[in-house]
Structure formats: C-alpha cells, structure tokens
Design a protein around this ligand. Sequence first.
Ligand SMILES: Cc1ncc(COP(=O)(O)O)c(C=O)c1O
Length: 373
Amino acid sequence: MKTKKQKDKILFTPGPLTTSQTVKQAMLRDLGSRDSEFIAIVQEIRQKLVELGQANPGQYTAVLMQGSGTFGLEAVVSSTVPPDGKLLIIINGAYGKRLAKIASVLKIDTITLEYPENTIPNLREIEDTLKTDKKITNVSVVHCETTTGIINPIKEIGGLVAKSGARYFVDAMSSFGAVPVNLHECNIDYLVSSANKCIEGVPGFSFVLCKISSLRETAGYARSVSFNLLQQYQGLEKNGQFRFTPPTHTLTAFHQALKELKAEGGVKGRAKRYRKNYETLIEGMRKMGFKEYLIPEQQGYIITSFLYPDDPNFSFEKFYESLNQKDYVIYPGKVTDANCFRIGNIGKIYESDIKALLVAIRDTIAEMGVKLN
Ligand SMILES: Cc1ncc(COP(=O)(O)O)c(C=O)c1O
C-alpha cells in the first residue's frame, strides 16, 4: 500500500499520464514471454488496436515495439523509406522537428515543409510539392502536435499523398484512442502511438498500425536490427512472440487499459470525457484572465498551451513548483515565439480534477502576486 509520502500527484501532462488503480494492479504479476497466456494477451492487444483504427484486420495489422513513442517513430522512419527513397516531413512543432532529426541521423534524403507552431499546414503547398518532386516516396505528419495541441488535417493530407502514390505515416502519439481516426479513409500506411497516452496504459512500448500490403513491400529497407518493423511484424505473426524481451508488465497493464477504454464507450466515450475536461479548463482559465496560444478553431481537446501572464511577478518555475507542492503537475511550453505552459486534459482525470486544478492555480497566482487582466 502507498504511504502518505507516496501519494500520487495528478498529471496534467502530455504523458506519462495518471492511470487507474486497476491498470496499475494488472502489472503486479510475472508472466514469461513464451507463456501461452501472455501470447494470447499480446494477440488480443494487436487485434483491439486495429479495431480502434476502424480498420479491416485483413488489411491492417498492429506491430508492437519496445521503448517509448519515439522508438516506434524511429522504427517507421528507419524501415519504411526505400534506400533510394525521399521523405517529405510536414512540420509545425517540436515533434515534427524530431522526425526530421531522426531522418537526418539516418541520412535519409529529406525535404521539409515547415510552418509556425500556430499554423495549420498549407494543403496547396503540400499538393504542389508532391506534384513537382517526383522523388518523394514517403510523407509524414504529426496528428495532434503536442507542442501546442493543434490538430493537423490528416485526412486531407492523406488524400493528397494517396494521389501522389507515396506512403503516408502519421505520428498520432497523443491523439490515438481519443480522437477518432479511420486508417483506410485517411489513406494511412503507418500510424504510431504509445502505451502511455490516450489509451491510459503505463510507459514501455509503442505500437505501429500498418497497412499490411505496404509493410510487405519494405523488405531490405531497414537501417537497423532493433527497429526493423517488418521483422518485428514477422516475428509476432510467426509465434505471437516479440523478437527480443517484451515489456510484459506494461503489456498486461495495457490489456486492462483497453478493457477500461471499451467500458467507457471506446474512442467516442473517451473523447467526450477529454472534451469536457478541456471545456472546463479553458472556461476556468479564461475567467481568471489567462489566454490561449492557439485560436479556438485550431485547438484540439488533448492539451492546451497558455501564454505566460504579462506580469513581472510571474515565474513559470515558481508557478510549476507551487502547483507541484499541491500535487498537481503541469508542463512547460515548447513554442519558439511565445512563452507558454501547457495543461493536458488526458489520462484518468475528470472534470472534478480540472476544477481542483483551477482552484490551485487561482491560489498560486494570488500567492505570487500576479495580476491577470
Ligand atoms: C506527437 C508526439 N510525438 C512523439 C512523442 C514522443 O514520445 P515519447 O516521449 O514517448 O518518446 C510525443 C510525446 O509526448 C508526442 O506527443
């Protein structure tokens, strides 16, 4: 049992997130990686993930990858771009930039279309780039840019990519499970998310939803052994096992998290709770005088960036620390042209938690002597 000292804080972050007791309890057992029960759990997780992508299991598969979300992204970038291929990366935040960094380290021929963090990518420009640069074989974009919380138009971009014949890869790390996505309708070949985001599991693996026909084309493309997506898929298909040690405890927790997602009404039910969290948050923050970084039409309900108050008494470090002392964890901002902090609406948190956070923010601001107008 937890002592008072070990009391969990409430995480209003982009992840890891607050999880349910039952998800944590599901980890409290040791299972061998070749155990038939464990193999059945892995199989069920893979099936359920394809269902969450509203996809036909004959056409799509889920490949699980040890490591955090970035490991799944690196698996896709490193093993689905042909050796002589060219990758177009659409960037409007830190996670798009991370994809470009991965491609650069791997020495993959890359072109980027970069937009400010508060701007939706220009579809016309993407279309023109795909039409004029015939060398482009792969395109990637981030769905919810967790840098700000902006939601990018993955379906519209997918339509353009499909016309060009390139393969399409979406980093849906912070949206999958809470923002509906239909893999086929969005023309997605690869989508990555991880265990500790909107499905509300604990950290330890990422997953890649793959169009099987596209994945099968990639033999010989991989630039690494551990990140070889096709071989990971083939291993899981052959005997249900991971090629290398699986994160068994994380997987049993995730299995439970999927059951809880279903009980909440699936992606729709979860979206409803997160949206309520978001609405409660912005209403309360606006009432206090805080301003959002994004205009409302671009803002998703996953995470919200707020501008620092324009008052010399405000210090993010003090603000953060004081909230932390009250058991509420928020997150720094990552925006280049504005000072921001972020508050996440995801994880096992409810409207009542948001309301409690708002009270703590009001108290903290008063303690700091910050005036909001
Ligand atoms: C959109 C996006 N991509 C990538 C990542 C990186 O995931 P990880 O920190 O699990 O490697 C995150 C993390 O929040 C994210 O939100």
